[in-house]
Design a protein around this ligand. Structure first.
Ligand code: HEC
Ligand code: HEC
Ligand code: HEC
Ligand code: HEC
Length: 273
């Protein structure tokens, strides 16, 4: 009995410690990247338990934590993908974006990797279905987790709650004139529109919407006005028909499409700079 205790004490003492913590992960796994950090610094989980279910709670599998190795190519490709798909037209990630949907820096802290993956693979009705393969989803999760490093919960603006209005007969101009083909999340009216034949126009006038007007130009009120009068004037192959709006309707549409983007780290709202 005593010898078993001694043997056990020697065994524990032999385990490498990280930040003063024993890493019982090593009872089952061999060590790697030990020079960089401890197992749970990269993978999360609970290094104080020898029981797999407990040790693995909140575990982040290797493919989602490749960012911890400081791979610049992964970072560049992931950021590029996030930009191309324009996640930030709705979400804040790494402190930048439109706060029209959940803050991804908060989500990275609150949610498991499995929940993040599922939210992208099977999005809610008001988030576009991107149809991404596992590799690209893993890339986005890496970027979301990397972007959330150093993020403190509760410092950002509260996440908006969205009601799906698709069942209602909305009287706003977007729902009436655009909603059969487009959707948006709006600051004032929440989720509008039911159609998917045209792109999701959330955050159209913000720097986080793709610069698809023409020649890499952003969408401004004036550009939208020209587009609505005759899309083919802007893009010869445009499928969208001209839409006629009164001046009053155009003003209402502008207000509906307007968002206040967050472009700096943290929350500087109300600041004087
Ligand atoms: C009791 C043994 C045991 C302990 C303790 C343990 N693991 Fe595991 N781990 C396993 C086994 C077995 C697998 C193979 C997959 C499975 O059965 O879940 C695994 C799989 C993994 C994977 C791959 C997961 C995936 O989905 O690809 C990672 C990463 C991992 N463990 C990290 C850790 C970390 C970090 C710790 C400590 C916080 C830890 N493990 C503690 C037994 C253990
Ligand atoms: C610096 C970050 C880092 C540290 C520290 C680290 N890992 Fe990993 N681990 C990774 C990455 C990234 C991968 C993916 C494969 C690769 O690139 O090597 C991985 C892969 C794994 C795998 C293979 C299965 C899978 O999910 O891909 C296991 C098991 C694992 N790690 C367990 C551990 C354990 C146990 C420790 C502590 C001794 C540890 N890791 C420490 C980053 C780390
Ligand atoms: C048109 C707006 C829109 C776009 C674009 C969008 N999302 Fe979302 N996303 C949402 C909405 C709405 C939710 C549900 C949560 C909410 O209501 O805020 C959501 C939820 C999520 C969640 C779960 C967050 C949580 O807290 O549960 C993740 C992760 C996520 N989105 C990732 C992405 C990624 C990655 C992209 C880009 C590839 C993206 N989203 C593009 C609207 C959007
Ligand atoms: C009958 C369907 C339909 C209606 C109604 C409609 N659109 Fe479109 N819209 C489309 C389609 C399809 C596209 C895709 C581009 C194209 O025309 O090839 C598009 C593209 C756009 C684009 C370009 C976005 C980009 O990133 O390329 C904008 C901006 C736009 N629509 C605004 C509006 C607004 C604002 C309204 C309402 C006033 C509206 N649309 C009404 C079908 C429609």
């Amino acid at each position: 009995m005593v010898s078993r205790l001694i043997a056990c004490a020697i065994f524990l003492a032999a385990l490498p410690a990280w930040g003063g913590q024993q890493q019982l992960c090593l009872t089952c796994h061999s060590s790697h990247y030990a020079e960089r950090a401890g197992c749970s610094d990269c993978h999360r989980g609970n290094p104080l338990s020898e029981r797999k279910n407990i040790a693995h709670s909140g575990l982040r599998a290797g493919k989602y934590v490749r960012f911890t190795l400081g791979d610049e190519v992964l970072k560049r490709d992931g950021e590029h993908l996030m930009e191309e798909l324009a996640c930030r037209r709705c979400h804040i990630s790494a402190g930048r974006g439109n706060g029209l949907a959940a803050n991804l820096d908060d989500a990275a802290v609150r949610k498991s990797v499995g929940e993040l993956v599922l939210a992208i693979r099977q999005p809610v009705a008001t988030m576009p279905k991107f149809g991404l393969d596992d590799e690209r989803i893993a890339m986005l999760v890496n970027i979301i987790l990397a972007g959330s490093q150093g993020h403190e919960m509760g410092k950002a603006a509260p996440a908006k709650v969205h009601f799906n209005n698709s069942g209602n007969k909305s009287e706003d101009v977007f729902s009436k004139k655009c909603g059969s083909c487009h959707r948006i999340l709006s600051e004032r009216l929440g989720a509008l529109g039911t159609g998917d034949s045209g792109p999701n126009l959330s955050g159209l006038f913000s720097p986080f919407y793709p610069k698809t007007y023409k020649n890499g130009e952003v969408w401004t009120v004036r550009n939208l006005d020209l587009w609505l009068k005759n899309p083919r004037e802007i893009r010869v192959w445009a499928r969208m028909q001209p839409v006629v709006l009164t001046e009053k309707e155009m003003k209402e549409l502008e207000t509906t499409l307007l968002v206040i983007p967050i472009s700096n780290q943290g929350c500087h709202q109300g600041g004087k700079e």
